[in-house]
Unconditional design. Structure first.
Length: 318
């Protein structure tokens, strides 16, 4: 009887950079970007995000066969800026590896002249990197399974990140395997579990509320993170996640935001709120960023730029 072959998982990128958004902006982070998402967010950057008939979507006209690597794709200024992580036309550019192979790739990506072994605990600074799972949507069922296998490999190597961040749209139910793993000390010795939840608004991203706004599911993320972080003294008084909204300056967008935040608060999600100006490029962000920031802090919300846009132009792999 032969052993069952290890499952392989589709991914679009593995890279070494910083966290560009939210509470941990600027923190050294290793990234795994999964393939597939249940939302499309085609309304981003459109004149009227609520009118699909008026959308201009450059990724649809792009010849996916004109490039051989994900890194050679452009940054699209309208629609989802990472549409290559879910559109099937780009699937041939994706990687496919087992959990062990993914961990080896993450380690290889972290290697440089200052960190020759690719360790999460950097030999120069002594700081320990975060590991961010993003997408696409990193809480789709296949990605949840991949995470559990990947973290077991981290433990096997005795090379673990300081924290695990899931950059999620907040619409995916946590499966039994994930909950059992995380809830039964799958994360141990101080690894912080953190959910960076970015709900997509109808007036900004063109996603209808009944599909994109799931406060009860996000509350379940908060509860499992509470279990995972409960025995970690470093997590005391730290939130289990953040709510992160991409916003423009239109009043109807802020009216919708007020309604959505109230739904999350009513569900018991008391995470801090971060507001990011809409835009995939520096130029787009600079156009209305100041006004959006002012509208945010006058309401008492935190403001987050997209640091990777300013530093690297939102290029793939940053």
């Amino acid at each position: 009887m032969t052993d069952k072959p290890a499952r392989k998982y589709y991914y679009s990128e593995i890279f070494d950079s910083i966290q560009g958004e939210g509470m941990y902006t600027g923190q050294w982070t290793l990234w795994l970007r999964f393939f597939l998402c249940n939302l499309q967010c085609n309304g981003f950057g459109q004149i009227d995000p609520t009118n699909p008939e008026s959308y201009d979507l450059p990724f649809q006209d792009f010849d996916a066969n004109s490039v051989n690597r994900v890194e050679d794709l452009p940054v699209w200024e309208k629609g989802c800026d990472s549409s290559y992580t879910w559109s099937k036309k780009f699937k041939h550019l994706m990687g496919q590896k087992t959990a062990r192979e993914l961990v080896d790739k993450i380690k290889e990506t972290a290697k440089n002249e200052y960190n020759p072994e690719g360790l999460f605990k950097h030999p120069v600074s002594g700081q320990v990197a975060d590991m961010c799972f993003t997408g696409g949507e990193p809480l789709m069922q296949h990605a949840q399974l991949a995470f559990c296998e990947i973290f077991e490999e981290f433990k096997h190597d005795m090379n673990k990140p300081k924290s695990i961040t899931f950059e999620t749209n907040g619409t995916q139910k946590l499966g039994a395997v994930f909950n059992d793993y995380v809830g039964n000390n799958g994360l141990y010795n101080g690894t912080h579990l953190f959910f960076s939840c970015s709900p997509k608004l109808w007036t900004v991203a063109g996603e209808k509320p009944e599909k994109a706004i799931k406060p009860d599911l996000v509350k379940s993320y908060d509860l499992i993170a509470h279990v995972a972080n409960g025995g970690n003294p470093h997590c005391k008084n730290m939130p289990n996640g953040q709510l992160k909204f991409v916003m423009g300056p239109k009043q109807e967008q802020w009216d919708e935001l007020d309604e959505v935040i109230m739904k999350f608060r009513d569900a018991g999600v008391m995470w801090p709120v971060y507001i990011m100006p809409v835009g995939a490029t520096v130029e787009e962000q600079e156009t209305g960023a100041g006004k959006v920031a002012e509208m945010a802090f006058k309401r008492g919300f935190n403001v987050s730029g997209r640091l990777h846009c300013y530093l690297f132009g939102n290029a793939i792999g940053t």
